[in-house]
Ligand binder design. Structure first.
Ligand SMILES: NC(=O)c1ccc[n+]([C@@H]2O[C@H](COP(=O)([O-])OP(=O)(O)OC[C@H]3O[C@@H](n4cnc5c(N)ncnc54)[C@H](O)[C@@H]3O)[C@@H](O)[C@H]2O)c1
Length: 388
């Protein structure tokens, strides 16, 4: 049972920081200081080691609760990041110490259920990808959030990077002319710490291709249709603590998207890609995202989640020139901290749940295309262009 100060504070978060600064509601800093958002993190595995350091440094975050079904994981992270409350499951967490924003870092297949439970309990949600297991379930989740008056966002967060902004601005300037084609790729040899990546509802599409799908749809606009091939290259894998498992979900995918107006893009992604830099994105110098039109070319240096710059060549300036080499505050694991900032200050994000749902529909359509051999029309959309 939540006590009234919590309800007051959460009402404040629904109203906006300006009001809180004037009224000085409990739990919210008065004056110029924006209020803090009470955060509960569920899932204390691999990615929490990237999220928690960022969240713990955010001026808008108070880490209140940590939860994992594996007791030593929740204990380890709670102690390291001085999180006062530990829980073994979401029911206990929701019934326990009050918090405003659930940060969901659990197995991909668990997101839908846990996100919905949190939303129905009146909590805002930042979810790792995918936000749900299907477009229909994701739409239901979003409708439930709207009905409850809470916010929900899903990873990935690359649309807030300076490199994404530069690319979106360059496209809007028309320098590349009539756009024709784009390509993006991302892969590594696959995680070996959890089986869910390879089980039904897992796969390289929602784990890896989702980055490139979000970037390309974010830059070029919502896809109108998808054609794809997927496969399993490595039928069995060895997982730490589990031994050999059967790979059920795709570990290799090629997705074609029709963005309308003749523009076609391609995303290539999988869990069987040798990479001389391993999982370290900072050393990748290739153009992993490329866009070409009839008067210009643009290539993103490095990965969209760890961008290092943008190369551009145009008819008027044909020598390739590197731009946007500054990273600013962007890191791929900053999404939950940004969600807290949005709740505390009402500074809106370019990251939207509708965009996450569109990427989810592309993934769903890619699997349907593989299963049927057909090109699949899409119905979802999101606010585009993605510019501030
Ligand atoms: N590991 C990375 O580098 C990375 C990077 C970006 C995104 N992600 C995404 O983050 C998510 C988690 O991946 P991971 O690599 O951290 O996996 P992981 O297996 O290391 O961690 C997941 C944790 O969630 C816990 N968990 C599962 N179901 C739960 C439930 N119902 N309630 C409470 N806890 C539960 C597990 O016990 C585990 O500790 C996935 O969506 C993945 O795609 C991971």
């Amino acid at each position: 049972m939540r006590h009234s100060t919590d309800l007051d504070r959460r009402a404040f978060l629904a109203m906006g920081a300006t009001v809180g600064a004037v009224v000085g509601l409990p739990g919210v800093a008065a004056g110029a200081e924006p209020g803090k958002v009470k955060v509960g993190v569920i899932g204390c595995g691999s990615v929490s080691h990237a999220y928690l350091p960022h969240l713990s440094k955010s001026p808008h975050v108070e880490l209140v609760s940590a939860c994992d079904i594996i007791p030593e994981r929740v204990k380890g992270q709670a102690e390291k990041f001085k999180i006062p409350n530990q829980y073994p499951n979401i029911d206990r967490m929701l019934a326990g110490a009050p918090f405003d924003l659930l940060v969901n870092l659990t197995d991909m297949q668990e997101h839908q259920r846990l996100n919905l439970q949190a939303v129905e309990a009146g909590r805002h949600v930042w979810s790792e990808k995918p936000i749900a297991n299907s477009l229909a379930a994701g739409q239901k989740l979003l409708a439930a959030a709207k009905k409850k008056g809470v916010r929900i966002w899903g990873a990935p967060a690359m649309v807030v990077s300076p490199q994404f902004a530069f690319m979106a601005k360059t496209l809007a300037s028309g320098k590349l002319g009539k756009l024709a084609a784009a390509h993006a790729d991302y892969g590594h040899t696959g995680p070996d710490w959890a089986a869910f990546f390879y089980e039904k509802g897992g796969g390289s599409l929602p784990d890896l291709a989702v980055y490139n799908l979000t970037t390309l749809t974010g830059l070029l606009g919502p896809a109108k249709a998808v054609a794809a091939m997927t496969s399993v290259v490595t039928p069995t894998r060895k997982i730490h603590g589990k031994g050999e498992i059967k790979v059920v979900a795709e570990d290799n995918a090629m997705v074609l998207m029709d963005h309308g107006g003749g523009l076609i893009s391609h995303v290539q992604s999988g869990f069987n890609y040798f990479n001389p830099h391993g999982h370290d994105g900072s050393k990748e110098q290739r153009h992993t995202v490329r866009i070409v039109g009839n008067t210009g070319f643009m290539g993103l240096v490095g990965y969209d989640w760890e961008p290092l710059g943008v190369d551009v060549a145009t008819k008027d300036e044909p020598a390739v020139k590197r731009h946007a080499t500054e990273k600013g505050e962007f890191v791929w694991q900053m999404g939950a901290s940004l969600a807290a900032r949005c709740l505390a200050t009402k500074k809106e994000l370019l990251i939207t749940p509708e965009h996450a749902l569109h990427a989810l529909e592309v993934i769903q359509a890619a699997r349907e295309s593989q299963a049927t051999g057909r090109r699949i029309a899409l119905g979802s959309s999101f606010k585009w262009p993605v510019v501030s």
